[in-house]
Design a binder for this molecule. Structure first.
Ligand code: ADP
Ligand code: 3PG
Ligand code: MG
Length: 393
């Protein structure tokens, strides 16, 4: 059992470095589409405040290459100010004198949000020099960033190697819910995978196949699999480097008697069409780009979902941010919500999509992890949770 914040004593006056995952989905204009990941970390922040800690909150947002104004966390600091009582400050750096001075002037119960960790190249490289600089800012490290606990980065892994540490309330809850669900899954266990982060997620699909009975693949993920089985997909997004892996997963499914369902039709546009007029097609040829699963695929997916005992879903089935390409995601969301099966939906965009569809309250468990949730299901743990100290008995 990992040490949790409830095991930390004497937090009064201590600087707690709290890693959260506020990587919230945003539209093209930089507006936040869903605040679930922020709301889910609030109980941990409140707990630490109540214990008299000085709470220094750290997160990444998106995958910026260097500084990008749209990926600055200032607008997230405004949300934190609304969600918390007391002082909430924002610092437009992570390390250095400014951050140090701001922390020095904090009072017990104050909250300080640091700037986007990924503005520093040391973060994703897990550069220990960067991790040490972060660690030097605080007394204790708390990881409540379940959504990024599969990434060994400086703030998720490196700092934990240096400071006394614990997991937060959200990580504790995620671990419990997902472990319970995976210990004795109700059958048939149907997994639905979509979204865009193919290179990260494809790695876990073999083990997911071991656990589940049926795997439905939609979203941008599907085109890599369609190419792997020899189907042309026009100009839809394909991750060439993942095609071999997709082939091997398709073979593995065949040999292990597991069912994979891929889209048989699509909602598409012509890449050259400036008006982006959508149409339904069975075949994606020439300059066609698939942005959603088509009606026949929706029926195939719903048919499997209706027979399920347990459903795990990660990754929108189309470009759900645009109304024109929401139908597949919405219909599948409704089917999962209406099904008596035990349902888990995970991922920043997937949660946003299911909330948008209006069915979120019918889902048994909403996980803040996308890739992290899939990897947790695969391995039963995650590296950035493993590195946290064990509870002292
Ligand atoms: P999650 O955050 O739930 O883990 P991802 O981040 O992997 O999911 O993927 C979400 C993104 O996938 C969304 O921005 C959505 O627009 C995109 N997406 C899904 N299907 C398609 C598609 N067919 N073409 C382009 N983008 C897609
Ligand atoms: C997520 O949204 O899945 C997490 O915040 C991790 O983001 P990443 O895939 O950019 O590391
Ligand atoms: Mg996402």
């Amino acid at each position: 059992m990992k040490r949790t914040i409830k095991d930390l004593v004497n937090l009064k006056g201590k600087v707690v470095l709290l890693r959260v995952d506020f990587n919230v989905p945003m539209d093209n204009a930089g507006r936040i589409l869903d605040k679930t990941r922020i709301n889910q970390a609030i109980p941990t922040i409140k707990y630490l405040k109540e214990k008299g800690a000085k709470v220094v909150v750290m997160t990444h947002l998106g995958r910026p290459e260097g500084y990008e104004i749209r990926k600055s966390l200032w607008q997230i600091s405004l949300i934190l100010m609304q969600s918390l009582s007391g002082n909430v400050y924002f610092c437009n750096s992570v390390i250095g004198d400014d951050a140090k001075n701001r922390i020095k002037s904090m009072n017990e119960g104050d909250v300080l949000l640091l700037e986007n960790l990924r503005f520093y190249e040391g973060e994703t490289k897990c550069d220990m020099k960067f991790a040490k600089e972060i660690a030097s800012l605080g007394d204790v490290y708390v990881n409540d960033a379940f959504g990024v606990a599969h990434r060994k980065h400086a703030s998720t892994y490196g700092v934990a190697r240096i400071l006394p540490n614990a997991i937060g309330l959200l990580v504790e809850k995620e671990v419990k819910e997902l472990t319970d669900a995976m210990t004795k899954p109700k059958r048939p266990f149907v997994a639905v995978v979509g979204g865009l982060k193919v290179p990260g997620k494809i790695k876990v699909l073999k083990t997911l196949l071991d656990a589940c009975d049926v795997l439905l693949i939609g979203g941008a993920m599907a085109y890599t699999f369609l190419v792997a089985q020899g189907t042309i997909v026009g100009q839809s997004i394909v991750y060439d480097k993942c095609v071999l892996e997709a082939q091997s997963i398709l073979k593995y499914a065949q040999s292990s008697g597991k069912k994979i369902v891929l889209p048989v039709d699509h909602v598409a546009v012509h890449a050259e069409d400036k008006k982006k007029k959508k149409f339904v097609t069975d075949k994606l040829i020439e300059d066609m780009v698939g942005y959603d699963i088509g009606p026949k695929t929706i029926d195939l997916f719903i048919n499997e979902i209706q027979k399920a005992g347990q459903i795990v879903w990660n990754g929108p089935l189309g470009m759900y941010e645009e109304e024109a390409f929401q139908k597949g995601t919405n219909k599948v969301a409704k089917a999962i919500a209406m099904s008596p099966a035990y349902s888990i939906v995970g991922g920043g965009d997937s949660i946003s999509a299911i909330k948008k569809s209006g069915f979120a309250n019918k889902i048994n468990f909403l996980s803040t992890g996308g890739g992290a949730m899939l990897e947790f299901i695969e391995k039963g743990s995650l590296p950035c949770i493993d590195i946290i100290q064990e509870k002292i008995r």
